[in-house]
Design a protein around this ligand. Structure first.
Ligand code: ADP
Length: 761
């Protein structure tokens, strides 16, 4: 017990009691009273008016407290209060002060520690004993043990402690008169104080989070004035700078004059609760954000169908902002939802308590909506989406799917779903009857569309797959497939990706046997006709040349100028006729070439020769026919480039490329012819500054009889049949080389071909 406990004004007044006054006590009367009191009390002791323990008449005290607790006798005269339970000490002390101050008997229930170390609940009385002059001489303290009586009503000390510590409730009591703070360990822990620290009320205040001090003070002030309990939540700042939320509930105690003398409070840590609250707030905010950002429109209506919420998307679709919607009836402000069909579905969802999903066409806005209505305790939660676009795409998709199905089922052409590894996933009857296999056979024998194409034609197939992978589509290409019976069927195949960047594709296979047969017949006819045409041409040419020779041998006599004139005219006409026959013969030869190519009769006479030499000779030869044109040569540093090929045919290709350049490029533009090699193959190219070709034209010009519209030959040149490049391509392919052109419209063209280098050195 600290010595400043008895420092209230009342106490000071008591201290002023004089010794003379004390000596005037009626001792005899007191003795009788003391004997009575001692006998009936469970504990009994005497105190001076200033609270000091009086050693006389301490027998009952010693019996109750036991020998260990006799320390109040001697130096620590006010130490008797240490035997009172710590949480009751302030009250006991205050009651004692009140006894002195009011000069009357007071009573209090408190716990005191008995000799057997058990706290007993006592009804304690302080009775002032007076001097004859009326001043207080001493105070009798006597108590009755009422533990047993109250046990049934109250929890015992231990239980109370257990309950309080289990509930983690802290407690403090502040005596405003003595400014003494009694604080439980739990309360210290809740404020972050060390348990062995003695805490003052000021320290307790200092632990309050500065920003919360005002609210705390206000709550306590209000409770003080209204004489009610207070309950306030505030944060405490722990020495380790961590922040903890406390809820503090308490009340004031007043003296008879209404002056506050004590305040007690219970303290509970609500940090987890606050954290949960914050989390809940964050979750609610997140939820609101999510609802606001989802692409579905969402609104809530109450049971009277008034708007209670709408997210951003709903505001957009409904064409009204939240403020215009809130509290308004759905049908009044949003005509889309006044629709009888919708309202019926909503009512149904509400009455059955079951979710309703439906699609509806809104006549006011001419739009399709997909609606999900969820019944809630407050009304309905409605999610909806504008699906007008999807509806029209769906319809378009259904229609195009139908059209596609019709094509597949009509079996006009073979249609199959394939992948680039060759697997066949689906095939229609047209394809199956073409190849002679059933779908089961394809599956069981793991047949691949890629291996159905004969080996010698797989190079073109590889190109098609490459094109498919890079562009998503492979242009139709001619090839052959081998049927179950081993028959080679000419077909046209085109593949398109099923979906973007997929290796799955849809392949169209067109049987072109009939067309091929017709072409063969045509080629056969052409070859026949060519021969038939060539024979009379040769005869006519021979006859004309004979006449020419005869006329040269027999010139017209100079004396007959008329005959001379006729002679000269005849000679001119014959030369002209011979030139026409040459043109005709060349055309017939071209035709024969084509038919020979088509019927594979183009036989190669392979020889080892120097390609550089051939290019130079060919260019020189052409210089004679077109002496006015500029032709430059760009030759490699190597002396020779040897190839094994049919020299005449390769000459024909070079000739054709250069002749085309001369034919299609402007007369005054230069033509550059070059060649190089890369160790594996030689490459010859002819570059002109002519009209150039579109990408489409670059692909098409290699076909027979194809001529680009709009590209005209220069005035002095003769129009061809559109078969030159086709022949070039066939010749080069037969030599295992490649042909190609790089060109752009108005930027000229570079035609090139490659040939494998000769292995011989
Ligand atoms: P032809 O020249 O007899 O018409 P080709 O097969 O040699 O037949 O050429 C096919 C077509 O390609 C030509 O008609 C022409 O339209 C185009 N072509 C060929 N070479 C060139 C070129 N150097 N520049 C522009 N177009 C060309």
């Amino acid at each position: 017990m600290e010595s400043n406990h008895l420092t209230s004004p009342a106490h000071n007044q008591i201290m002023r009691t004089t010794t003379e006054q004390l000596q005037q006590i009626d001792v005899g009367g007191n003795c009788r009273f003391l004997a009575l009191a001692q006998d009936s009390a469970d504990i009994y002791w005497l105190l001076t008016p200033n609270g000091d323990f009086k050693a006389d008449a301490a027998l009952k005290w010693a019996q109750f407290i036991g020998p260990r607790h006799n320390e109040p006798i001697g130096e620590h005269k006010q130490g008797w209060i240490a035997s009172v339970h710590s949480t009751d000490q302030t009250r006991v002390h205050d009651t004692f002060i009140q006894t002195i101050k009011c000069d009357q008997t007071t009573e209090i229930e408190c716990r005191m520690l008995r000799y057997d170390d058990l706290y007993r609940l006592l009804r304690l009385r302080f009775v002032p004993v007076h001097h004859l002059n009326g001043s207080i001489h001493e105070v009798i303290a006597y108590g009755m043990d009422i533990t047993e009586q109250t046990q049934s009503q109250y929890m015992n000390e231990e239980q109370m402690h257990l309950a309080i510590s289990a509930a983690k409730i802290g407690m403090w009591e502040w005596n405003t008169i003595t400014n003494r703070l009694t604080i439980t360990d739990q309360c210290k822990a809740l404020h972050g104080f060390a348990l062995d620290e003695t805490i003052s009320y000021e320290q307790l205040l200092g632990a309050v989070y500065p920003a919360d001090l005002e609210a705390r003070d206000q709550a306590m002030q209000e409770a003080l004035e209204a004489k009610t309990e207070y309950c306030v939540n505030y944060r405490t700042l722990w020495p380790d700078s961590s922040v903890h939320w406390l809820t503090v509930r308490g009340c004031w105690f007043y003296d008879e004059a209404g002056y506050p003398i004590r305040m007690i409070a219970t303290v509970l840590d609500i940090t987890p609760l606050k954290q949960a609250e914050t989390q809940q707030r964050q979750t609610a905010k997140r939820l609101a954000d999510i609802l606001g950002s989802i692409s579905d429109a969402l609104f809530n209506i109450d049971n009277e169908w008034r708007y209670t919420y709408a997210n951003a998307q709903a505001e957009k679709l409904l064409g009204k902002n939240l403020n215009e919607l809130l509290g308004q009836r759905m049908g009044d402000v949003t005509p889309d939802f006044a629709d009888i069909f919708i309202t019926r579905r909503f009512r149904q969802a509400q009455s059955t308590g079951q979710t309703s999903h439906f699609e509806v066409f809104s006549f006011p806005t001419k739009r399709w909506f997909e609606i999900h209505a969820y019944p809630t305790s407050e009304g309905l939660s409605v999610y909806y989406q504008d699906i007008t676009e999807r509806k029209s795409t769906d319809k378009a998709l259904r229609e195009s799917e139908l059209k596609f199905r019709r094509i597949v089922e009509s079996n006009i052409i073979g249609v199959l779903i394939v992948d680039i590894s060759g697997n066949i996933y689906e095939a229609n009857d047209a394809y199956l009857s073409l190849i002679g296999y059933t779908l089961e056979e394809i599956a069981n024998q793991r047949l691949r569309w890629t291996t159905m194409i004969p080996k010698d034609m797989r190079q073109r197939q590889a190109q098609a797959i490459e094109e498919f992978l890079s562009t998503g589509v492979s242009q139709p290409f001619e090839t052959e497939i081998e049927s179950k019976e081993g028959k080679r069927i000419p077909v046209m195949i085109g593949i398109a990706q099923l979906q973007n960047s997929s290796t799955l594709g849809i392949a169209i296979v067109l049987d072109i046997s009939a067309h091929k047969e017709m072409e063969q017949q045509k080629d056969f006819f052409m070859s026949m006709a060519g021969h038939e045409l060539r024979t009379p041409l040769t005869i006519i040419k021979g006859t004309l040349q004979m006449i020419q020779r005869r006329m040269r041998r027999m010139p017209a006599p100079p004396e007959y100028p008329d005959i001379q004139e006729i002679h000269r005219k005849n000679a001119d006409d014959i030369s002209q006729a011979l030139r026409q026959i040459d043109i005709q013969t060349r055309l017939v030869n071209d035709l024969l070439d084509v038919s020979r190519l088509a019927t594979d009769k183009l036989k190669l006479t392979v020889q080892h020769f120097d390609l550089i030499k051939l290019v130079v000779e060919t260019v020189e030869g052409l210089r004679l026919t077109a002496p006015l044109r500029s032709m430059t040569l760009q030759l490699p540093e190597t002396e020779n480039i040897f190839v094994d090929a049919d020299i005449d045919q390769i000459r024909q290709v070079i000739n054709n490329y250069i002749t085309n350049a001369l034919k299609y490029a402007p007369f005054d533009s230069p033509i550059c012819i070059g060649l190089d090699e890369n160790g594996k193959q030689a490459r010859v190219w002819v570059q002109d500054q002519g009209p150039g070709l579109t990408t489409e034209a670059q692909r098409q010009i290699w076909r027979r009889f194809y001529q680009v519209k709009g590209i005209e030959v220069q005035s002095d040149a003769r129009k061809g049949l559109g078969i030159g490049l086709y022949i070039c391509q066939t010749i080069i392919h037969q030599h295992h080389g490649e042909v190609g052109v790089t060109s752009a419209l108005d930027k000229g063209s570079t035609f090139w071909f490659t040939l494998p280098l000769s292995p011989k050195k």
